[in-house]
Design a protein around this ligand. Structure first.
Ligand code: G3P
Ligand code: CA
Length: 257
């Protein structure tokens, strides 16, 4: 009799493709999101702003300078979607992606397969929320396929009130010992956030940190982890998800824990 050991995946971390599979494809483009699904990511993460004509565009920076370097720089909030979509946001990464356009929130939601998730990061203020709500609610996705994430505490608070059906995670990073774990827990409680999206900083995140977040009732997610050894450490600590530019590499690195 041969016994085959199968790893228990019940508590495995889910893998979130940061700005899509952004190591190999231009970030925040349909190519990057489709590549993430091909690489078997459990979720994609994308960044969103409101345009001048009240559309929701998927782009990380306030302007197009970095991701459309060959064209005159546009400020996202001062440009229409049509103006933004005239730019090539693929060539800067690799000529094979020439002609890639800035997608809308609807376009990105439309790539999410059944059973997979999307982390929608809000990069602007609360003005996006009433525009975003009908788009998310009519996306055809189930409530548990969508999580909203944001650094801005006011956006987290208002998003939870307006769309209580979705998880809303507060994002934070660290500088000179701030924020402290006590103030993180206080923010999670005050904003009624569903969890913490934490910068993947192993000098901050240890057993005690994880225990405090768990005790607060929030889920702990980490970003952006591209190093297999670090990913293994976060998996051992029991984080809920790992956001990475390299979903295939990080999945493999934690597969046999
Ligand atoms: O998942 C959170 C992470 O994406 C926040 O950082 O700068 O890549 O948007 P950033
Ligand atoms: Ca992001």
């Amino acid at each position: 009799i041969v016994t085959i050991m199968v790893a228990d995946s019940a508590n495995a971390q889910f893998i979130v493709a940061h700005r899509g599979a952004s190591f190999v494809a231009p970030e925040n483009t349909i190519s990057a999101f489709k590549r993430a699904w091909e690489l078997n990511a459990d979720a994609i993460e994308g960044d969103f702003y409101v345009t001048k004509d009240n559309q929701i565009a998927c782009i990380h920076d306030k302007t197009t300078k970095r991701t459309a370097p060959g064209s005159p720089e546009l400020k996202v909030a001062d440009s229409t979607l049509k103006q933004l979509q005239q730019l090539d946001v693929g060539s800067w990464k690799d000529p094979q992606y020439a002609g890639e356009r800035i997608p809308t929130l609807q376009d990105v939601l439309g790539t999410v397969p059944e059973g997979k998730q999307i982390f929608v990061e809000i990069k602007c203020g609360v003005e996006i929320l009433p525009l975003m709500q009908p788009i998310l609610e009519h996306s055809g996705l189930k409530d548990d396929q969508i999580a909203i994430i944001c650094f801005d505490k006011q956006v987290v608070t208002e998003a939870r009130k307006l769309m209580p059906q979705y998880r809303v995670n507060w994002l934070t990073s660290y500088k000179n010992g701030k924020p402290t774990i006590a103030s993180i827990v206080e923010t999670l409680q005050r904003t009624k956030a569903s969890g913490l999206g934490s910068k993947g900083d192993l000098s901050v995140i240890d057993e005690a940190f994880v225990e405090k977040i768990n005790q607060s009732g929030g889920q702990l997610h980490v970003w952006t982890v591209n190093d297999p050894a670090q990913a293994r450490r976060f998996a051992e600590l029991g984080v809920v998800s790992i956001t990475t530019d390299k979903p295939d590499v990080i999945r493999e690195s934690i597969r046999i824990l």
